[in-house]
Write a protein that binds this ligand. Structure first.
Ligand SMILES: [Fe+2]
Ligand SMILES: [Fe+2]
Length: 167
């Protein structure tokens, strides 16, 4: 079943299973992300769809899979918690990066993917095509999560994103 395709993809699992086992990642399941998904489901969807697309585009799919999984590693309800220092869009990638660094070593690309995933809502430019890819998949997931089967989603997504990432 495509909804669980990530669980059957041994290569994907080998890239992220050390992260998936971490309590810091598992507890994302306690937070609602969008109306129909929790933050863990959302993070896996962004990670796995980005991984599949990155593979097709011959990008660094390993960094994409790992950083995609960690891009929203924060523990507050973004709909009710407000900050004095800046918007949620600005703050939470920084919080996620700090939390991610506590559980794994990150390469420069992985850091950029996490920090720039709100590109569009924030001004910081992605340094890598992989960062732009995850940012676009994240936008797409926010709109489509649980409204379309992943396989159907992935085809349209691939064409839409390939054009934008290749520019
Ligand atoms: Fe985010
Ligand atoms: Fe996200």
């Amino acid at each position: 079943m495509k909804a669980n395709a990530w669980q059957q993809d041994q290569e994907y699992l080998s890239l992220v299973e050390d992260l998936l086992e971490q309590p810091a990642v598992q507890k994302l399941a306690n937070y609602t992300q969008h109306h129909h998904s929790d933050r863990l489901q959302h993070s896996i969807a962004v990670s796995f769809d980005s991984y599949e697309l990155a593979k097709k585009m011959k990008l660094d799919y390993k960094s994409v899979a790992r950083a995609g999984l960690l891009h929203d590693l924060f523990y507050y309800d973004w709909r009710t918690t407000k900050f004095n220092l800046g918007s949620h869009a600005f703050i939470h990638p920084r919080v996620a990066l700090r939390n991610a660094e506590k559980i794994t070593e990150l390469n420069a690309m992985e850091k950029d993917i996490i920090l720039k995933h709100m590109f569009g809502a924030t001004l910081a430019l992605p340094k890598y095509r992989e960062s732009l890819l995850v940012s676009l998949v994240d936008d797409y997931e926010a709109e489509h999560e649980f409204f379309a089967p992943l396989r159907k989603k992935a085809d349209g997504l691939y064409h839409k994103i390939k054009v934008r990432v290749s520019i």
